[in-house]
Design a protein around this ligand. Sequence first.
Ligand code: PLP
Length: 369
Amino acid sequence: MATIYLDNQATTPLAPEVFDAMLPWLKENFGNPHSAHVFGRQAAAAVEVAREQVAALLPENGRVIFTGSATEAINLAFGAVRNMAPRGRDQIAIVDTEHAAVRDTALWYGTQGFDTKLLPVDRQGLVKMEDLEACFGPKTALVGAMLVNNEIGVVQPVEQIAALAHAHGALMLCDAVQGFGRIAIPEQADLIALSGHKIYGPKGIGALWVRDGIDLPPLIHGGGQEQGVRSGTLSPSLCAGLGRAAKICAERRDEDMIHIINLSETARSLFGDWAVNGSLDQRYPGNLNIRRDGLDVARLMSDTRGVAFSAGSACASGSGRPSHVLAALGLEPARIKSSIRLGFGRYNSVEEVEQAAHLINQAAEQQLS
Ligand code: PLP
């Protein structure tokens, strides 16, 4: 029996059309996009088409910079604070439940003379706007808030957070990795990070959208590629793959969402004995983080090898650290350990979700009886 893949927050399968779009740039069209001859010009043109395809899903007044991952895009974005510190802005405020790519970067800046604040969330995993007011001030340089949480799927009020950041003269960075191509992107954000492998595109490529007028110091020095901030020869194949993946997301957005909602409702009804971690209504439906008291999730996973899903408590960044997200919700350690995360995607069927729910519930019942 084939394993049912329900871990679409960790990564998504490559869309077949994306594979087709990438192939020519790995075979006959192998030119260096930075060369002046015809091979180079063809490759450069493919990169620019891809850039436009990605930009089409982002606000109008900015530029797209290709990177090797969303983590790299986020590290590049944080460089903005180095330009702001000489003006007396040396505070960074991020939501406590951010992905490690943002959280650890912010904490690292905290060791480099910046004052890093973690903004609390409530039991639903959402920030309270009234709490934020008190956290921002004239020294705030950058506010980081993700669009969709990778562990619990909750959707933060990013547009309001961006407006509040601006009211205090700060920039707003939105890690949109889990929401890009699916739900509305915050028009007011100044810096937006995304990743290829979460939208049925290739691994090894991400992008940072930067609002016009914002200068970033280079993250990688060298030949000056990617607008002087990220040197290194671009991969036209990866760019073409990300571009095509973004284009498909745009074309199929409604269809994909209806499908995901259908899968999610099927799962919610079949996991009725489980409690949901995080807000029930402010959420992206492709993510279901649930728990059953008393469950040993490691044992459940080994008893349910026919389904690929995540332990809800395992930090999805792959660090192996326990989840800071579930802890930030105020969940007791035993409940954190009894949580699992299911991630539904475009290529899952209702039958797969039913089959997976049957296997997981059966193993859970056996364990708890
Ligand atoms: N941010 C979020 C919310 C994520 O889910 C991930 C990946 O798990 C990342 C950032 C990092 O993305 P990448 O793998 O492209 O570095």
